[in-house]
Design a protein around this ligand. Structure first.
Ligand code: ADP
Length: 484
């Protein structure tokens, strides 16, 4: 791993502006090679409490800054992240396995939230409401929630942090972040750049350690007023329960089971490209990856032929060695889970069109896979695959496919390709999802609200709405005003 600026390679936690070590450490692996690339501190509960206290004490002066002052610091951080985009991408590819092009894209995507919220910081408007009595005025202001805890996953080691820190800081909150132990280097590098940007000590803190222990401390603390979590539905539910005792505000961005529907009137070439972008990005390891591909009778054979031919051409390799389409999976558990989905589908009469086994590169590489004739009995119908496997279901009626698409406890992203205008509106409105993409395979952007319904989560990230997650309303009644 070669960096232009070796100062961005940090293996220490960041608390109150200081870099902190621990006697016990945990190795970080490069999933493409299996090699250990760093050792990170395993902090205990007392260090986590120190970080929370630091965030509490920094909150007083951070919230007192004007929105313009906070905005200027966020902008400096944004600039430094873009200036160091290549190093941040290399670090990310080394610890996460995604291709460099994707890592560069993610650093840019993460930075876009910081720029966006540097602007939105200035727009936390209030209201003046006409009162019932002429001697009164009703004023509504919006105040920062307070100390925020963020727990983030390994699939987007940079953007999932930027997406939480940017609105939190813009609103005037301070934050303690626990990144995934699998991908902490991106988080430390972002903290290093925040320090260089002049973001004061205690405003951003990064802690690493045993997930359960750190999570219990963050959710159990009465100082922490909000939890923002991105990860699995199972852990999200657990953390939500843990937050109940201190009645914290929570934002949860959890699992998905995205349908991707191709209707007879779709543009097939575009749908093939969209399906590939949606499914195989990050080796299928995103919560908005297409999980179930539904294709209508009239174009089924043509579509699966074109789709599987295009998928068979995708190249695999370690991201630091060259330009490929796909990298490894994150770990052994992910590889085994992917194999299990494929075996289950094949045992239930799925038809393998391409892929279907571990790649000859060995290690954690798995071939991009397409399985035709998928059915509702298969595991992939209900469960999130989180690997490079596309099961294709055949359907005839629009009503049936809507029922199947909604037949899940999840409700994050959905995609469909169609050209009939009435159908576009009908289907977009009938899908029980927080986000719907029509004739597009990629929908994330800082300007739109990202989030799910049902067991996919609570709250939205990004856009003008995302700031509200870090603000509380305050109603002030002004009385005794002499009427003319
Ligand atoms: P994934 O399946 O994507 O790894 P997880 O929900 O397991 O999703 O992990 C997302 C984040 O939640 C990671 O930072 C992980 O360390 C953290 N995490 C996992 N279990 C717990 C827990 N019991 N308490 C707090 N955080 C946890």
């Amino acid at each position: 791993m070669k960096l232009h600026d070796s100062g961005l390679f940090k293996q220490l936690a960041y608390i109150n502006g200081e870099w902190v070590s621990a006697s016990e450490t945990l190795p970080v692996h490069n999933p493409a090679t299996g090699k250990v690339i760093a050792h990170i501190p395993m902090l205990g509960a007392s260090e986590v409490r120190t970080a929370i206290k630091a965030a509490e004490s920094a909150f007083k002066s951070w919230r007192a800054k004007t929105a313009a002052e906070r905005s200027t610091l966020l902008r400096k951080w944004y600039r430094l992240i873009l200036d160091n985009q290549e190093d941040l991408a290399v670090l990310m590819t080394a610890e996460q396995g995604k291709q460099l092009t994707e890592s560069r894209g993610e650093v840019g995507y993460g930075a876009s939230f910081i720029e966006w919220y540097a602007e939105e910081a200035k727009r936390a408007y209030g209201d003046l409401i006409p009162a019932a009595k002429s001697s009164q005025r009703i004023m509504v202001t919006r105040e920062p929630v307070g100390v925020v805890a963020a727990i983030t996953p390994w699939n987007f080691p940079n953007a999932m942090i930027a997406r939480k820190v940017a609105p939190a800081l813009a609103a005037g909150c301070t934050i303690v972040i626990k990144p995934s132990e699998l991908t902490p280097l991106s988080a430390f590098a972002m903290a290093e750049l925040a320090q260089r940007a002049g973001i004061p000590a205690g405003v951003i803190n990064i802690v690493t350690g045993d997930a359960r222990e750190v999570g219990a401390e963050l959710t159990g603390s009465s100082i922490v007023r909000k939890l923002s979590f991105t990860g699995s539905t199972a852990v999200g539910k657990l953390l939500m329960k843990q937050c109940a005792d201190s009645v914290k505000k929570v934002s949860l961005e959890l699992g998905g089971n995205a349908p991707f529907i191709v209707f007879d009137d779709a543009d097939i070439e575009q749908a093939v490209q969209g399906a590939i972008a949606s499914k195989y990005r990050n080796s299928g390891q995103t919560c908005i990856c297409m999980n179930r591909l539904f294709v209508q009778d009239g174009i089924y054979d043509e579509f699966i032929q074109k789709f599987s031919e295009a998928v068979a051409k995708l190249t695999l390799g370690p991201g630091l060695d060259g330009e490929f389409n796909q990298g490894p999976l994150i770990n052994e558990a992910a590889l085994n889970k992917t194999k299990d989905f494929v075996e289950d589908a094949l045992a239930k009469k799925g038809r393998l069109l391409t892929g279907g086994r571990a790649h000859s590169l060995g290690g954690l590489f798995y071939e991009p896979t397409v399985l035709a004739d998928a059915s509702m009995e298969m595991k992939c119908y209900q469960d999130e695959i989180f690997g490079p496997v596309a099961p294709v279901f055949r359907f005839h009626y629009e009503e049936d496919v809507i029922n199947m698409a909604n037949d899940t406890r999840y409700g994050l992203a959905a995609y469909f390709y169609a050209n009939d205008l009435s159908r576009v509106f009908r289907v977009a409105e009938a899908l029980e999802y927080g986000m719907v993409a029509v004739n597009e395979g990629v929908l994330s952007t800082e300007v739109a609200p990202f989030g799910g319904v049902k067991e996919s989560g609570i709250g939205r990230e990004g856009s003008k709405y995302g700031l509200d997650e870090y603000l509380e309303m305050k109603y002030v009644l002004l009385g005794g005003i002499n009427a003319p």
